[in-house]
Write a protein that binds this ligand. Structure first.
Ligand code: PEP
Ligand code: MN
Length: 254
């Protein structure tokens, strides 16, 4: 298991597949991402899918694959916890637990995550206001865990051509209301890999503390969310532009 510092001045990119599909593909993708400077690997094992007929993840076996790949490559592991009876198991094997958009209002889950010694990424509900999102974060913090990272992943609007609408305003608004770090997930917001670089770069320029991006060696073959998954070279391009964009943002002092 790996240690983590996720501070405001410590810009991080989390990358990896939507879902853990098998050990080999996770390992190969992770190795490639690591060679490009990525230190944090994402991948879901319990997938909450709209259709019961879709692939719903490898479950506990997926978590074992993730923990093993993380240990072998020295990567920080990031994965979504979907139910209260998995909190203890996941906290034992995974470095950062994620609350997905569907569970932002799951208060019993949030309270339990307040009792673990692991950072928690709290994704914004698709229809949650800033105050509702921050109130959800408070459930975790008031229960004893201050290490909460907010993640904007797009909200539902009238626009149907993108999967959701990335709310860039969230970065400045959340920073004015809270001291919590905020990262951006351009993948779920866009639903389309061709849009991911521009949304990611916009987020960096707007002062985001990090990004979470779905990436696989063979994006089009991804079982889950293939259309929004980018290849690792896109991550390299984003990483190469990040320092310059960040320094411009710092100069502008927001
Ligand atoms: C995910 O990150 O894999 C995911 C399902 O995201 P969201 O909860 O934002 O839909
Ligand atoms: Mn996904």
């Amino acid at each position: 298991m790996n240690e983590l510092t996720f501070g405001v001045d410590d810009f991080k990119v989390i990358a990896g597949p939507c879902s853990i599909e098998d050990y080999e593909s996770l390992y190969e993708t992770a190795k490639d991402l690591k060679a490009r400077g990525i230190t944090m690997l994402r991948g879901g094992a319990y997938k909450l899918r709209t259709s019961i007929h879709s692939f719903r993840g490898l479950g506990d076996v997926g978590i074992m694959h993730m923990a093993q790949v993380g240990n072998e490559l020295g990567l920080i592991t990031v994965s979504e916890v979907t139910q209260t009876d998995k909190v203890e198991y996941m906290a034992k094997h995974i470095d950062i637990l994620v609350v997905g958009t569907r569970n932002m209002h799951n208060y019993p889950l949030l309270e339990l995550l307040g009792k673990i010694d692991k950072p928690v990424i709290l994704k914004r509900g698709i229809a949650a206001t800033y105050d509702e999102w921050l109130a959800a974060a408070e459930y975790i913090m008031e229960s004893g865990n201050e290490r909460v990272i907010l993640c904007e992943r797009g909200i539902r609007t009238f626009e149907r051509e993108t999967r959701y609408t990335l709310d860039i305003s969230a970065i400045a608004m959340i920073k004015s209301k809270s001291k919590l770090p905020i990262i951006i997930d351009p993948s779920h917001a866009a639903g389309d890999r061709t849009l991911v670089p521009s949304l990611a770069l916009a987020a960096i320029a707007a002062g985001a503390d990090g990004l979470m991006i779905e990436s696989q060696l063979n994006p089009k073959d991804s079982i889950c969310d293939a259309s929004q998954t980018v290849s690792p070279d896109v991550i390299s391009m984003i990483l190469s532009l990040a320092p310059e964009l960040r320094s411009l943002t710092k100069k502008a002092n927001f």
